[in-house]
Ligand binder design. Structure first.
Ligand SMILES: *Cc1c(COP(=O)(O)O)cnc(C)c1O
Length: 389
């Protein structure tokens, strides 16, 4: 399906709502039935009817169909956060006694699930360096049922060879889940590479305006329907109609925003690489990246999010630089219209800062929709104020 068709027309039934160009927000909790037998049928199969908005809702359905099509997946569920999508996807595919192989450096709340919640139910995990397929082979135990992937991750951007991992998993009857938040379906299609379940935080690029928290999960009809009938309905973490409507709105401009951010990111990276105070820039679509050839092979793009470090000998240099930024906001998340920064040193006590450790000097920059010069000038003026000794 053509991307323009998916984003502009697909799954929209305008004849049904006054030929309105924008779809309606069906802000209802429940749906009425005329006959007892219709209600009975709905109780028998909630997946086939409008019954209650914790399950299916028409506004959410427009979004689900578009997101499934973008991923070239059979079906999709949309959650009230990316974390909820992760939770449902993992929970649906493990039972007591199972073992998960996860790549290291995954999203914080995936990690917390593996480390804090799942052990209470006797589900164990191993973290591996996912850049080498051999590490997956070595980590498989007789009770391994799940490979949890994130390619690239959102700080250091390590990739996994998704096709190779999917092939290996299939040989062992292991299910694969991949967090695709960095790329979006426009720049990487894990399902087409053989991954079973693809998820993303729609809070990031799909929303695109820093005003919605949401998560997407796509996969085969069979797997998605199973999750709908258990975790989705039972945890009750589905997206609300208004937020679904905001995401449909976000989708309209997704290609235009990504194209713009891609161009700006290249300019910002060129500036950073040429600045004498910058000693490292990490970005998967840059030639200097250690897995650049794999990135080119399985991704068609990647924009906005990068990590760089400055030649600071004390934590004050990094703090002054970040505090002096006039336009780039210091905030978590990314994928919105606004450029953002987070210094790694905000994640630990300042006494523990050690300039010899490159990771301590890193900052994650998200390049938003502003003009390239606007962003670059802000970085430049803040670097001038930072005390380099
Ligand atoms: C933000 C993020 C999530 C979690 O999504 P929320 O919408 O914040 O719950 C998951 N994975 C990655 C890579 C993220 O950046």
């Amino acid at each position: 399906m053509d991307i323009s068709y998916i984003l502009n027309e697909y799954a929209e039934d305008r004849e049904n709502y006054f030929r309105a160009v924008a779809p309606p927000i069906i802000q209802t909790s429940n749906f009425a039935f005329e006959k007892v037998d219709d209600l009975r049928k709905s109780f028998e199969d909630e997946y086939a009817t409008w019954l209650y908005s914790r399950g299916l809702n028409p506004t959410v359905e427009i979004l689900r169909k578009k997101l499934a099509a973008l991923d070239a997946a059979e079906d999709c569920l949309v959650f009230n956060s990316g974390a909820a999508a992760i939770f449902a996807a993992v929970l649906a595919n493990v039972k007591s006694g199972d073992h998960i192989v996860s790549v290291k450096g995954v999203y914080t709340w995936a990690k917390k699930m593996f480390e804090i919640i799942l052990p209470r139910f006797h589900v164990t995990h191993s973290y591996i360096d996912g850049t080498d397929i051999e590490n997956f082979k070595k980590a498989i135990q007789p009770n391994t049922t799940l490979f949890y992937l994130e390619s690239p991750n959102s700080w250091t951007f390590e990739l996994q060879d998704l096709q190779a991992v999917a092939t290996l998993a299939k040989q062992h009857g292991i299910i694969t889940i991949c967090d695709n938040s960095f790329c979006t379906p426009l720049y990487q299609k894990p399902i087409q590479l053989g991954i079973d379940l693809c998820l993303q935080s729609a809070t990031k690029y799909i929303s695109g305006h820093s005003d919605t928290v949401a998560g997407v999960l796509t996969g085969s009809s069979k797997m998605i329907q199973k999750i709908f009938n258990s975790e989705y309905l039972n945890i009750g973490s589905g997206i609300q109609p208004f937020n679904a409507w905001l995401l449909i709105r976000g989708l309209r401009t997704l290609p235009a925003r990504l194209e713009r951010i891609t161009k700006t990111t290249i300019q910002v990276i060129a500036f950073l690489k040429n600045h004498p105070a910058v000693d490292e820039v990490v970005f998967p679509m840059d030639e200097s990246f250690s897995q650049y050839s794999l990135a080119k092979q399985q991704m068609t793009g990647g924009c906005g999010l990068l990590t760089f470090s400055i030649k600071a000998t004390a934590v004050e240099t990094i703090e002054t630089f970040c505090n002096e930024l006039q336009h780039i906001l210091m905030a978590v998340s990314w994928g919105g219209y606004e450029s953002l920064i987070i210094p790694a040193c905000s994640g630990f006590k300042r006494e523990l800062f050690n300039a010899v450790i490159p990771e301590h000097r890193r900052m994650r920059l998200y390049v938003g929709l502003e003009d390239a010069d606007y962003i670059i000038n802000d970085i430049e003026q803040a670097l001038k104020k930072a005390p380099f000794s």
